[in-house]
Design a protein around this ligand. Structure first.
Ligand SMILES: Nc1ncnc2c1ncn2[C@@H]1O[C@H](COP(=O)(O)OP(=O)(O)OP(=O)(O)O)[C@@H](O)[C@H]1O
Length: 224
């Protein structure tokens, strides 16, 4: 289920010293947005707020008719598990589990049926059929990333949140990672939000929110 995303008046506070204020977002269902800005401008923090992993000090995040901050934590978590996929910058794979088990675990947590078969299918779709039983330590960085993407998309989320997808990759692999994400989002008809320092990634997405600009730089689908 992909839904429009709207934020209003968002701010986040870390202790007394750091307060981050965000421009309002207004994304149509199925949009693709790059969040850019200098180090420390609050990109990852915004992704965490959009995922419901971090409570803002003020403001609202709404997915369609659901106001994420207004529902109890259990409902927020259930929504996150069913409808969101998150690819962390350093992947957050379980080191003791194989590629297949990592993706399967994500599906079990999401409450999906036939988690093993679906995990296998997701990995095969991402050309990892020959790495199903390898643990992360025995995979290349690009392969680990594909496992992380497979885990994020296998349950069919309507929203895919991705943090620095090309940070660890050379130019060719970065392009492949970008195509992988765009393809996965298109397959799912999902909204894609990507935090990135990489101009190639930012240019490939139709909408951009630049947190470092004096006033937010808006392209299609982002309103302030
Ligand atoms: N858990 C935390 N406790 C205190 N301050 C934090 C915490 N997480 C982030 N910050 C601060 O909030 C600000 C924004 O951090 P954030 O990681 O969101 O920025 P970013 O734009 O993603 O940076 P980078 O590009 O370096 O990853 C920074 O000043 C950072 O030091």
């Amino acid at each position: 289920m992909s839904a429009p995303i709207r934020t209003h008046n968002l701010s986040v506070r870390y202790g007394r010293e750091v307060t981050l204020h965000y421009p309002d977002l207004n994304l149509e269902a199925g949009a693709a947005l790059a969040i850019t800005g200098p180090s420390g401008s609050g990109k990852t923090t915004l992704l965490h707020v959009l995922a419901g992993l971090l409570r803002p000090a003020s403001g609202e995040v709404a997915y369609g008719n659901l106001n994420l901050g207004a529902v109890p934590e259990a409902a927020r978590e259930a929504f996150r598990r069913r409808h969101m996929g998150y690819v962390f910058q350093d992947f957050h794979l379980m080191p003791g589990l194989s590629a297949l088990e990592n993706v399967e675990l994500g599906l079990r947590v999401a409450g999906a049926e036939q988690p093993r078969a679906r995990a296998r299918a997701a990995l095969i779709r991402l050309d990892l059929g020959h790495r199903l039983n390898h643990r992360p330590v025995h995979l290349s960085t690009g392969e680990r990333q594909r496992v992380a993407v497979a885990r994020a998309v296998a349950h069919g989320p309507g929203l895919l949140l991705v943090d620095e997808p090309t940070a660890h990759l050379d130019r060719n692999r970065a392009r492949a990672a970008l195509e992988l994400l765009l393809g996965a989002a298109a397959d799912l008809d999902a909204t894609l939000i990507v935090v990135t320092h990489d101009p190639v990634v930012a240019e490939a997405l139709p909408a951009r929110l630049d947190l470092g600009a004096p006033a937010p730089v808006s392209r299609a689908l982002v309103s302030t």
